[in-house]
Design a protein around this ligand. Structure first.
Ligand SMILES: CC(=O)SCCNC(=O)CCNC(=O)[C@H](O)C(C)(C)COP(=O)(O)OP(=O)(O)OC[C@H]1O[C@@H](n2cnc3c(N)ncnc32)[C@H](O)[C@@H]1OP(=O)(O)O
Length: 680
């Protein structure tokens, strides 16, 4: 058993700072352990000794009877390092520090935190916190917390379930748990990690993912997570949704290259989570909605949704959201539509969204008959039932039909029920018992369906191989980089560096009489902005162009003029999560268009195609407005080659291929820059 699992398996809990003082935070864990019937040993620690809530109190963990599995520290910050020393001396393996007054308060607190962690690490003690509200394992009633959620005034059912909630913020973690419990969710674990000084929220999530009883995980994070831990969490096979704050703060990261500016840390995290099959929730409701979807025992085999509704309006709203969420609205098979037309009243709709109309209220068999037909359609991966005002009686009828069809087809069925609870006081419980996730609006039901698909989607396990080309030891100039790109198998314009005007003219003639001239100056990345590029130079003007660009103080590169195509940017930069490949539409205008997509490297098979598909302006590549279609397969190969080229390169570099022009046949890298990050 790993030390961290003692957070929920502890057979003895010491509360350091326990007190009988009414209202004191140090009283609560003792009271909760007692009230909820913790079967292990409860060891209050207080210098005054005596008894606390009937339990023998000890002046120190060193004087309490061992072994002690878990310590909950709730003394003022200045007393914490000494308490940690005592825990180490007593052989305790895990301690939760609830006290505030550490890194969250400034430099002095940060130093105290670092000192505390150093002492714990030297002594083999893992620390959760500080500045947290503790941890609860519902199964064993390990109530190592002072959260008011468990106070005598709160009436909550604590029957343990399979959902793990892990939050850096103590208040948000228990707040979300309370909302979940109110909906009827059953968490098995609520663990808050505060400043993440030693044990991180992600580490706890990964540990919980290994618990056989855990069926899904919800997390709230403030720090950018470690990519290795994210990967192993994703590989656990348990469905995970994360809420990560700080979208706005990270939005304006300064970067030397266009790629770095496009792929902000927050977008990289989005991309990484998408790659790993982890849901990124936008707010607490969305997090809990995903948690509810995870309780569905069935998983979709694809993204195709059938909507069945008694309300035309909510069916159409749901259909809009299906598309917006990246799911697909299946047109249904011809046979399905024909069969539905036989069943549904003429004023309904046999097309998806299938409107069985309010006639179902007088003829509940409409539910069973239409759902049977829909669920049997091979183009349906998920069903969303959209209803409005329903009484408990109506809900019972719908649930019978929905649960039956879900069971028979093995396809997930989610419910959108837009109507007040007072009309159907038992509906939530009925739907939950039937394993049908239930949401108050079509948008929320569809978003939850998208979350369910995100965690169910098959992920390519193999990553594409590297080329074994080593990291360049110094920043490369454009011609040097292009030579390297050509060696890797990428296509670059024909041309070369010239030393004299007559040599420049000779190259222009060689490449067809018109050429592109570029100043080659180390460190000059944004050449177009300063007039260091001349496009369409004729042979007669070669000497003038050469003189003009020589004035930049470096060499001059003369290249063929490449024909029309669709311009993109392809770049690689090193993020906190590792190297990231970015594809953006618009070439030198990509930042203005802001149409870009990223993947953490290495790429897996299918990733490059998916990146191209994800561009909002993908239609330009398909040949919009009478233009010839661009060679998308060559673009995909280019992306894969770039990824393979940099595979294994040491961090701290940025590569901007900008613009990359996709032609009718082939893809050419017109300009390329290589930047090595300066040490801060
Ligand atoms: C909100 C979020 O989301 S996260 C933030 C979560 N954390 C918080 O909100 C906690 C904020 N409060 C704090 O950090 C406070 O410092 C607390 C609650 C931890 C401690 O408050 P204080 O009452 O000032 O702590 P203090 O250290 O004086 O004593 C607490 C008790 O421990 C006892 N104590 C003192 N030293 C020790 C010791 N070494 N070992 C054991 N007990 C001790 C004290 O005697 C006292 O008990 P008593 O009232 O019976 O005499």
């Amino acid at each position: 058993m790993s030390e961290l699992s003692l957070l929920w398996n502890a057979e003895s809990v010491a509360v350091i700072g326990a007190t009988e003082r009414e209202g004191a935070l140090g009283r609560k864990p003792v009271a909760y352990l007692q009230r909820y019937g913790y079967a292990g040993r409860i060891l209050p620690i207080n210098p005054k000794g005596g008894t606390i809530l009937g339990y023998q109190a000890y002046p120190s963990v060193l004087e309490a009877p061992g072994p002690i599995d878990l310590a909950f520290i709730v003394v003022s910050a200045d007393r914490v390092p000494a308490a940690v020393d005592d825990c180490v001396a007593a052989g305790i393996k895990v301690a939760i520090i609830a006290s505030s007054g550490f890194a969250e308060t400034g430099d002095e607190g940060a130093a105290l935190q670092a000192e505390t962690v150093a002492r714990a690490r030297a002594g083999g003690l893992r620390l959760v916190g500080p500045n947290c509200i503790g941890a609860v394992g519902f199964g064993n009633k390990v109530m190592a917390t002072f959260s008011p959620l468990f106070s005598a005034d709160a009436v909550v059912s604590l029957e343990p379930g399979g959902l793990g909630i892990v939050s850096q913020s103590g208040a948000l973690g228990f707040g979300a748990a309370s909302l979940g419990i109110e909906r009827g969710m059953r968490p098995g674990w609520v663990i808050t990690t505060g400043n993440d000084a030693d044990v991180s929220a992600l580490e706890v999530l990964a540990e919980l993912a290994g618990e056989p009883a855990c069926t899904g995980l919800l997390g709230y994070l403030e720090n950018v997570p470690d990519v290795g831990a994210l990967r192993s969490l994703a590989n656990s096979g348990k469905p995970v949704a994360l809420l990560k704050s700080g979208r706005s703060e990270e939005g304006g990261r300064a970067a030397a290259s266009h790629t770095g500016a496009l792929a902000t840390d927050d977008r990289v995290l989005d991309a990484a989570l998408r790659q790993f099959g982890i849901v990124r929730a936008g707010d607490i409701d969305e997090l809990l909605d995903a948690g509810d979807a995870f309780t569905s025992p069935r998983r979709p085999k694809g993204p195709r949704v059938a909507i069945v509704t008694t309300s035309g309006g909510s069916g159409i709203l749901a259909a809009d959201d299906v598309v917006a969420q990246g799911l697909e609205l299946t047109p249904l098979q011809d046979g399905t539509r024909a069969a539905l037309a036989e069943i549904i009243p003429s004023f309904g709709s046999a097309n998806n969204p299938v409107d069985i109309t309010a006639a179902v209220l007088s003829d509940p068999s409409l539910f069973d008959r239409s759902l049977d037909v829909i669920a049997a359609d091979d183009t349906v991966d998920m069903i969303i039932g959209c209803f409005c005002v329903m009484t408990d009686g109506d809900v019972d009828k719908a649930v019978r039909a929905l649960a039956k069809v879900a069971e028979k087809s093995g396809k997930p069925v989610l419910v959108s029920r837009t109507g007040a609870d007072f009309l159907a006081p038992n509906a939530r419980a009925t739907l939950r018992e039937a394993g049908l996730p239930d949401y108050p609006s079509p948008a929320r039901a569809v978003r939850a369906a998208a979350a369910l698909w995100q965690v169910s989607k098959p992920r390519a396990a193999d990553s594409l191989a590297g080329l074994g080309i080593a990291t360049p030891p110094a920043e490369l100039t454009e011609p040097e980089l292009k030579a390297l790109l050509a060696r890797a198998g990428l296509s670059v314009p024909v041309g070369r560096v010239v030393a004299t005007a007559s040599e420049a003219k000779a190259v222009v003639d060689e490449v067809g009489g018109t050429a592109v001239f570029k100043a080659v100056v180390p460190g000059l990345v944004h050449k177009t902005d300063v007039g260091a590029v001349k496009v369409g130079v004729a042979s007669a003007d070669a000497a003038d162009a050469f003189d003009e660009l020589s004035a930049f103080g470096g060499a001059v590169l003369v290249e063929e003029l490449v024909g029309d195509g669709v311009e993109l940017i392809i770049g690689v930069h090193t993020s906190d999560l590792g190297p990231v490949l970015t594809l953006g539409l618009g070439g030198i205008f990509t930042e203005a268009l802001d149409d870009a997509t990223s993947r953490l490297l290495p790429l897996a098979p299918g990733d490059a195609e998916a990146m191209v598909r994800e561009l909002r302006g993908k239609a330009l590549l398909d040949g919009a407005r009478g233009r010839a279609a661009a060679d998308v397969p060559s673009l995909v190969r280019t992306l894969e080659t770039v990824a393979a080229l940099v595979s294994g390169w040491e961090g701290g570099f940025e590569l901007d291929l900008n613009p990359v022009r996709v032609l009718e046949s082939g893809t050419k890298v017109l300009d390329a820059a290589h930047v090595i990050a300066k040490e801060a």
